[in-house]
Design a protein around this ligand. Structure first.
Ligand code: RP5
Length: 166
């Protein structure tokens, strides 16, 4: 991988069973043309891999980490405890979850000093958009794409409202 397309966003998940949700974040990266990487890093099953990933993320050039997990979802918080990069947490509703509350609360209820930007249950798309906005603070082309994205979303709602009010 060359420096030109080195990943800026790391998308990690606790299990490959999270992929059907987390691929929504990858789709946003593709839509905005942001280089990213996607892999499985488990807080409980591969703890040393998690520590290594978080420790090396900034020096490898990543700017944001999106971490998704379900159940006892410690991955985003533990990664955030090791890196100074912004970490976006995606609570994944795993099949044996308590309506997803386990995932949401384990990612949301971080102690003071170790923030995780937690999105809604299964909201990997919003995690991708938030990562794009963070990248956009130092990349005007990405910021411009985000402006266009929001303008299109606004127009789509106006179009639907116009059809309804006839
Ligand atoms: C978590 O446990 C993963 O993030 C996943 O959401 C959940 C279930 O994992 P698998 O048993 O399907 O691998 O660690």
């Amino acid at each position: 991988m060359t420096a030109q397309n080195a990943p800026l966003v790391g998308i990690i998940m606790g299990s490959d069973s999270d992929l059907n949700i987390m691929q929504d974040a990858a789709a946003v990266m593709q839509e905005f043309g942001i280089p990213f990487e996607l892999t499985v890093v488990s807080a409980h099953r591969t703890p040393l891999r998690m520590i290594n990933y978080a420790q090396q993320a900034a020096q490898r050039g990543l700017k944001v980490i999106i971490a998704g997990a379900g159940g006892a979802a410690h991955l985003p918080g533990m990664v955030a405890s090791v890196t100074s990069l912004p970490v976006i947490g995606v609570p994944v509703k795993s099949s044996n979850s308590i309506d997803g509350w386990d995932s949401v609360l384990s990612i949301l209820q971080m102690p003071n000093g170790v923030p995780v930007a937690t999105v809604a249950l299964n909201a990997a798309k919003n995690a991708g958009l938030l990562a794009a906005q963070i990248i956009g603070t130092s990349d005007s082309a990405i910021a411009q794409k985000m402006d266009t994205y929001k303008a299109n979303m606004n127009q789509a709602v106006l179009d639907k409202a116009g059809k309804l009010s006839k």
